[in-house]
Design a protein around this ligand. Structure first.
Ligand code: SF4
Length: 313
């Protein structure tokens, strides 16, 4: 199956999207923060993003959901900066652009990174924290497609997306992989300073579902197209998690593929908070709550399969 963006690039229609996306950078209204800075003139807003995208690392990743990893890993490109900058972020130095590995990349370099992941046999191109550099990613695509890129594109984002920006990705993104972090305003303010996160999230999820539908998985167990939602369980937020599951089943789709993650660990501004962890009983209760809410497609980790992939065991 040819990835949708390949057809758009070959037809040339992607150029209109690239131009429209670039316009969103000046003044910057690319995401719901609406900072209004002139990114094209080198100004930086809340996310820290500038004219060029910054990348910290690029390579096959085996820690993603089984349906994204395939036989040879998900081809991750980790972008620096973030439009959410949660206080518990596991990639704190990247989201703050403070990591020594953060390097500005041109469109050609970004395209070369995508192609190198394809050459390594990765299952997809997994764009990690892409929202604030969406125009730069878009601009790299025709270069990559002209050189043979054809892997599915995974948009691995925080869920704080403007519908205007998402519409420019219709027919470009194959798999949307948003977080559904909070549904309570007080949580969104406390952790990300984004009071409107709940309503922004709902609109974004509906748009993503409208574009790509429920997740479709091929005969090899690899995701080809659709929506995969992540929810990271937070200490003391079991009820909010249940509200999120109910929302997904009711407002998005009962066929929504959901990964309920238990790997919260104290990072960022939470570093040193010893009691901040999710135990197995909490995770089990969350899975039951999601099932009760009507969700039937819950991601499970096949550890044995992961070991076989990593070590041929
Ligand atoms: S992408 Fe960055 S600069 Fe633009 S509105 Fe969002 S946070 Fe502000």
């Amino acid at each position: 199956m040819t990835a949708a963006y390949v057809r758009l690039c070959r037809s040339g229609l992607v150029q209109e999207r690239i131009a429209a996306a670039r316009q969103l950078l000046s003044p910057c209204r690319l995401c719901p923060r609406q900072c209004g800075v002139d990114r094209l003139a080198g100004e930086r807003g809340f996310c820290g993003g500038g004219v060029l995208a910054e990348v910290a690392s690029c390579g096959p990743h085996y820690g993603e959901e089984d349906v994204l990893v395939g036989a040879s890993g998900s081809g991750t490109i980790f972008f620096c900066g973030c439009n959410l900058r949660c206080d518990f972020c596991q990639n704190f130095s990247l989201s703050r652009c403070r990591d020594d590995d953060c390097q500005e990349v041109s469109g050609e370099q970004l395209a070369a990174a995508m192609l190198s992941l394809q050459e390594m046999g990765c299952a997809n191109i997994n764009l990690v924290t892409p929202s604030h550099v969406m125009p730069q990613i878009l601009a790299a695509l025709p270069v990559a497609v002209a050189a043979g890129l054809s892997l599915p594109l995974v948009y691995n984002c925080g869920g704080y997306e403007s519908v205007e920006a998402l519409r420019l990705l219709d027919g470009i993104v194959d798999v949307y992989l948003p977080d559904a972090k909070f549904l309570r305003r007080e949580s969104a303010i406390a952790h990300a300073g984004a009071a409107d996160y709940p309503e922004v999230l709902v609109r974004a999820l509906k748009e993503m579902q409208h574009q790509v539908g429920d997740l479709s998985i091929d005969a090899d167990g690899v995701a080809r197209r659709g929506l995969l939602v992540r929810h990271l369980l937070m200490p003391g937020a079991e009820e909010e998690a249940e509200e999120i599951f109910a929302l997904l089943a009711r407002e998005v789709s009962s066929g929504c593929y959901v990964n309920i993650m238990d790997q919260f660990r104290p990072c960022g501004e939470w570093s040193g908070a010893d009691d901040a962890a999710i135990d197995s009983a909490t995770h089990r209760r969350a899975l039951q709550a999601a099932f009760k809410a009507g969700l039937r497609r819950l991601a499970r980790r096949d550890s044995a399969a992961l070991l076989r992939r990593l070590f041929g065991a």
